[in-house]
Design a protein around this ligand. Structure first.
Ligand code: DMJ
Length: 673
């Protein structure tokens, strides 16, 4: 109520701070005595004489001072804690640090001790992992205060508490035997870290895996708010025009069906949980409870439905503690099992989840190597949760078999494998891109998931990275960017899929877990290249595939794009790697690069009526040619990794406790007890 006119007329009103004393109350005037009763009466009278405005202002001042007191008390406490932690850190010896890092804090108990034998393979020696740059929750002076635009989203903690309340009613009866903590894992007494065979004799104890409740809430910053806004915009389109269907077609305001299983909704569940979108989460949960039915005569792709549906349900179960999601995960897991009934046990690509039959694609009896070797994290976790070993057995058998196969080139695998013979086919072509990519990712991630004791996985991973270095790395001109090309029958091709940009993140994760330090160096080099795949393009968005220039030519950039490759499907891989790089180095440039990418998604792919769309031409800012499709991984992965990238809270999906599947669904690491 302080208008410009009033300001011009003179100083602002200050009557609320002047208190006029009446004659009785004036010092030295009759009636004054210093008794307690008199003083109480006198104060009360003075109070009553104040105007309503004066009283309100005084009360407000008191309240304000009280709040200030509480805040300064907590930040002093925080400062004290970080000083104490720092000095404790300083006291640790060099030898202690790696040991402490490798013995991850317990997330989920394991029945067996880790086999510490890493000596079989020369490269396997564990290096000192780089120290995370952040003080545990981020020093308070570095924290960006939450904007007041939406008080419902003030902190992750608040919002998640609210979501917990929403699901509590359902949880109470179904999860009596469980301990739940937000952002922590759900522990059930029958969990184990091994295939639930006869080895698991002791029932696991209930244990609270995190003490999240005692932690300081970490405010959401401006960039995270921008991600939440983007998510809500995408969700609005999906809700308005594609609710319960697989993918939104935002321009035609309709949807496309792939499996007919609400793919986008399921892929987005844990993202909503992490972003704190409780209303949206609750609405989606209702759909899962009432409308998600797997008893359908429909062919689904084993890999895609595993990473998106099974992975999405399992991670949502872990984050929310809501057993509805575990029930659904069991259901789909069982329905996918017929895929493994093949002569070689290498699964078929497609399963009819209603009929319980499986088959390869019509034109071949081959499966894709990446597909059969990137379903393991999910099936292994399903076995651990259900106590039914069949899921893990089936996928472990695939890995063991692939481990022994010939046809690899210094650890690099061909792209196809035959479901009858169990042998690689189409030998001689090696890529880290489509059809092979997540084979490499899952070697490392299974090793981490299982408590770093399955040495064959580590061997295969380390050999493969040596293979990449030996055969696939080259440098471009003029900027000398290191990139990962392809090898076809001895000929090097300077082609790199955007999909390959998962690699810097995976390499960094390996280095964080004690693998060779030069993996981190390579990760730093490669993420720069992936960023340049965006920065050197007219829209600032990467195409699906680039070709790097090996020879300097006047007026040519490092990145060349063929007309057939200039689309962008809103893919996550670069943002995913930026997230890992920021977590492990604390270098803000990675956040800034991610921020640029988010802005360009908003500029060129956002559809005003709701949703985002893939585009056909990243080279034309005036007409990027929208494709009219929002892939489910935009919500499942791209926006989730953006949100995590912009966060300074290393406990927001702590990478020593969770491993992300290839669709960005976090699953718990099974840590040795
Ligand atoms: C996702 O389904 C997964 O990340 C998969 O590993 C690769 N393709 C898409 C995203 O690009």
């Amino acid at each position: 109520m302080y208008s410009g006119a009033a300001a011009a007329a003179g100083p602002p009103l200050r009557d609320f701070i002047s208190v006029t004393l009446g004659p009785e109350e004036a010092v030295g005037v009759g009636g004054y005595n210093n008794s307690k009763a008199w003083r109480r009466r006198s104060c009360w009278r003075k109070w009553k004489q104040l105007s309503r405005l004066q009283r309100s202002v005084i009360l407000f001042l008191f309240a304000f001072l009280a709040v200030c007191g509480v805040i300064s008390y907590t930040s002093l406490g925080e400062a004290w804690k970080s000083i104490t932690n720092k000095s404790l850190d300083d006291q640790r010896t060099e030898q202690e640090i790696p040991r402490l890092k490798l013995a991850n804090p317990a997330v989920l108990p394991a029945p067996q001790k880790a086999d510490a034998n890493h000596g079989d393979y020369p490269e396997l020696s564990l290096q000192k992992p780089p120290k995370p740059p952040h003080i545990r929750r981020g020093p308070s002076n570095l924290q960006i205060k939450a904007p007041q635009r939406d008080t419902r989203l003030k902190t992750q903690h608040d919002t998640m508490r609210a979501v917990e309340e929403l699901v509590k009613a359902d949880k109470v009866e179904k999860t009596e035997k469980s301990i739940i903590s937000w952002r922590g894992a759900m522990i059930e007494p029958d969990q184990s870290t091994e295939p639930p065979s006869s080895k698991v004799t002791e029932p696991e104890k209930h244990s609270s895996v995190e003490t999240e409740d005692q932690k300081e809430p970490v405010p959401i910053n401006e960039r995270q708010m921008a991600v939440i806004e983007a998510f809500r915009h995408a969700w609005k389109g999906y809700k308005d025009f594609a609710w319960g269907h697989d993918e939104l077609k935002p321009l035609s305001k309709s949807y496309s069906e792939w499996f007919g299983l609400g793919l986008t909704l399921i892929d987005a569940l844990d993202t909503m949980w992490i972003l704190g979108l409780k209303e949206e989460f609750e609405e989606a949960r209702k759909w899962v409870a009432n409308d998600l039915v797997f008893d359908k005569n429909v062919d689904v792709n084993l890999f895609e439905s595993t990473i998106r549906i099974l992975g999405g349900l399992l991670s949502t179960y872990h984050l929310s503690g809501d057993s509805l999601f575990l029930e659904k995960a069991k259901d789909i897991g069982n329905r996918l099992m017929p895929a493994f009934k093949t002569p070689s046990k290498i699964p078929y690509s497609d399963v009819n989840i209603g009929r319980g039959t499986a088959h390869p694609p019509r034109w071949t009896s081959d499966s894709t190597v990446a597909e059969v070797t990137s379903i393991q994290l999910e099936f292994r976790e399903l076995s651990r949760l259900t106590g039914d070993e069949k899921f893990q057995k089936a996928v472990d058998e695939v890995m063991k078999h692939v481990h022994t196969l010939s046809g690899k080139n210094d650890g690099l695998v061909p792209m196809f494998i035959n479901t009858n013979s169990g042998q690689f086919t189409h030998l001689g072509v090696y890529t880290l891109g489509a059809r092979a990519d997540s084979y490499y990712e899952y070697l490392l991630k299974q090793w981490i998931q299982g408590g770093k004791k399955e040495n064959e996985l580590l061997e295969d991973y380390m050999r493969a990275i040596e293979g990449v270095k030996k055969h696939l790395l080259q440098r471009s001109e003029p900027k000398k960017l290191t990139f990962v090309g392809e090898l076809a029958h001895g000929h090097f091709s300077a082609k790199m899929d955007h999909l390959v940009c998962f690699l810097p993140g995976t390499l960094a994760l390996g280095a964080h877990n004690g693998l060779a330090a030069d993996h981190m160096k390579l990760a730093e080099t490669l993420i720069e290249t992936c960023y340049q795949m965006y920065a050197q393009v007219e829209t600032g968005l990467s195409p699906e595939i680039v070709h790097f220039n090996l020879h300097a030519q006047k007026g040519h950039k490092d990145v060349e794009i063929k007309p057939a490759d200039r689309h962008n499907l809103l893919r996550p891989e670069t943002v995913e790697s930026l997230f890992y790089m920021y977590r492990f180095t604390g270098d803000k440039k990675y956040q800034d690069w991610g921020w640029e990418i988010l802005q360009n998604f908003n500029r060129y792919t956002r559809v005003p009526t709701g949703g985002y769309t893939s585009i056909n031409n990243v080279q034309n800012p005036n007409n990027p040619e929208p494709r009219d499709k929002m892939e489910s991984f935009f919500l499942g992965e791209t926006l989730k990794y953006m949100f995590l990238l912009f966060s300074d809270d290393i406990d927001l999906i702590n990478l020593d406790k969770y491993i992300f599947n290839t669709e960005a669904h976090p699953l718990p690491i099974w840590v040795p007890a």
